[in-house]
Design a protein around this ligand. Structure first.
Ligand code: ADP
Ligand code: 5GP
Length: 194
C-alpha cells in the first residue's frame, strides 16, 4: 500500500524527491522539515565546489574525486550519478539506515539517474517528482536564483527537459505552485497531512 492511500498511513519509509534544478526542491524540503521534524534530509556527497554560504556536512559533504571513488568502491553509496554532465553526487547509505532505525523519515533528494537506481535496488521507497507550473516559470526560477552562470544554467535546463519527460515514472507528481501548497501535498503523500 502506498503511503498516500487514504492519508492515514505513517509508514516509516524513505522518500525520493526529484525534479528539475530550480523547481524549488530545496525550498519546499526546508519547509517540510520545519513542519514535520520526524523527516530527515539525507546529506549527499558531491565533488562540486561549495557555493558561497554552503556548509560542509550540512548542505553537502564536499569531497575530492579520490574520496568519492573510495566511497563507491567501499560500497558506502546507496546510489550515485554524474549530474548535469559535470560533477558526481551520491547518497551515503549508512545514515539512511540509521535514521530509519530511529523512526525518522529519510528524504533523498536525487537526480533522475539516482531515482532509477533506488527504484531498482529498493522498490519500497516512494518516489516523488516535483515539477514547476510551467516551463517558463522553471526558467524564471532557475535564472532568478542566480547561483549559476549562464552556461551552467543552460546545462541545467537541458537536464530539466530530460527529467520532466520522465516524470510519469514517479509514484507522485507535486506541482510547486506555492511553497506551502507543495509542502501540504508532500505531507499528504507521507500520511502526515490533514
Ligand atoms: P532546487 O532545489 O529545485 O534547485 P530551489 O529551492 O533552490 O530549487 O529554488 C529555486 C528558486 O526558486 C529559488 O530562488 C526559490 O526561492 C524559488 N522558489 C522555490 N519555490 C518557489 C515557488 N513556489 N514560487 C516561487 N519561487 C519559488
Ligand atoms: P546542486 O548542484 O544544485 O546542489 O544539485 C544539482 C542536482 O544534483 C540536484 O538538483 C539533484 O537532482 C542532484 N543531486 C543532489 N544530491 C544528489 C545525490 O545524492 N544523488 C544524486 N543522484 N543526485 C543528487
Amino acid at each position: 500500500m502506498g503511503a498516500s492511500d487514504g492519508g492515514a498511513s505513517t509508514a516509516v519509509i524513505p522518500y525520493v524527491v526529484a525534479g528539475p534544478s530550480g523547481v524549488g526542491k530545496g525550498t519546499v524540503i526546508r519547509d517540510l522539515l520545519a513542519r514535520a521534524p520526524q523527516c530527515w534530509l539525507s546529506v549527499s556527497a558531491t565533488t562540486r565546489q561549495p557555493r558561497p554560504g554552503e556548509r560542509e556536512g550540512i548542505d553537502y559533504h564536499f569531497v575530492s574525486d579520490a574520496e568519492f571513488d573510495r566511497l563507491i568502491d567501499s560500497g558506502e553509496m546507496l546510489e550515485w550519478a554524474i549530474v548535469h554532465g559535470r560533477n558526481r553526487y551520491g547518497t551515503p547509505r549508512q545514515p539512511v539506515v540509521d535514521m530509519l532505525a530511529r523512526g525518522r523519515i529519510p528524504i533523498l533528494e536525487v537526480d533522475l539517474d539516482g531515482a532509477r537506481q533506488i527504484r531498482r535496488s529498493w522498490p519500497d521507497v516512494e518516489q516523488i517528482f516535483v515539477d514547476a507550473p510551467s516551463w517558463e516559470e522553471l526558467v524564471h526560477r532557475l535564472r532568478g536564483r542566480g547561483t549559476e552562470d549562464a552556461a551552467e544554467q543552460e546545462r541545467r535546463l537541458e537536464t530539466a527537459r530530460v527529467e520532466r519527460a520522465a516524470r510519469d515514472e514517479f509514484d507522485h507528481v507535486v506541482i510547486n505552485d506555492s511553497v506551502s501548497g507543495a509542502t501540504d501535498q508532500l505531507l499528504r503523500i507521507m500520511g502526515l497531512g490533514q
